[in-house]
Design a protein around this ligand. Structure first.
Ligand code: ZN
Ligand code: ZN
Length: 202
């Protein structure tokens, strides 16, 4: 089947400068994903307070126009050469990290989130664009399968708030000394991050 070789126009919402309201915008990407990359057709994207910080350029790492969004859920629309973990039509979710070096001590210890060469899903030195869009191109290794029983609108927020609380609960409760049986868990603050902790804790 012949493939169109014209660029793909990605419709999205962007802030044109710090503090701007998000407004419709669009940008072009290459017709097909590169090796190891997939295109996710986005159906849902949560709003995290980090997105608001980025829109306000509170950390000085934004790039303009800024397309925020890092609690992303959707369906795989295209796969690049060498991708083995996804097929077209699979459901996938994306969080706040786009890539890591895979070779430093942190990466080798499974702590890619603190890799010195960690690449954010959007903004930062690589000036990528995020999930308030109809599509995102992403390294397939950093896209995660959505289980059949989970609706995509719930999968998105789990990719940021959810993993933020899942990690310490797994480390200190599930995998910590003595295992989970009989342990009591205290969640201080039932907000955007705390309330998924209650769900995970149960
Ligand atoms: Zn977030
Ligand atoms: Zn690394």
């Amino acid at each position: 089947m012949a493939e169109s070789q014209s660029p793909i126009c990605v419709e999205c919402f962007a802030a044109q400068k710090a503090g701007d309201a998000l407004a419709p915008w669009q940008y072009d990407i290459e017709p097909t994903p590169g090796p190891g990359e997939v295109d996710l057709e986005i159906t849902h994207c949560g709003l995290c307070h980090s997105d608001v910080h980025q829109i306000d350029d509170a950390w000085g790492t934004a790039c303009w126009p800024l397309v925020p969004g890092h609690e992303i859920a959707g369906k795989i629309a295209a796969v690049g050469v060498g991708v083995t973990n996804f097929r077209i039509g699979d459901r996938g979710a994306i969080g706040c990290q786009r890539n890591a070096c895979d070779s430093c001590a942190c990466c080798k210890a499974g702590l890619e989130n603190v890799c010195p060469k960690m690449v954010q899903t959007y903004a930062g030195p690589t000036q990528e664009r995020g999930g308030f869009a109809k599509r995102i191109r992403f390294p397939s290794k950093w896209v995660f399968k959505i289980p059949d029983q989970l609706e995509p609108e719930y999968a998105g927020p789990l990719m940021c708030a959810g993993i933020t609380v899942f990690s310490p609960l797994k480390r200190y409760v599930l995998s910590g000394p003595g295992g989970p049986v009989g342990k009591k868990v205290g969640i201080i603050g039932i907000g955007g991050v705390g309330h998924p902790a209650v769900g995970v804790g149960k």
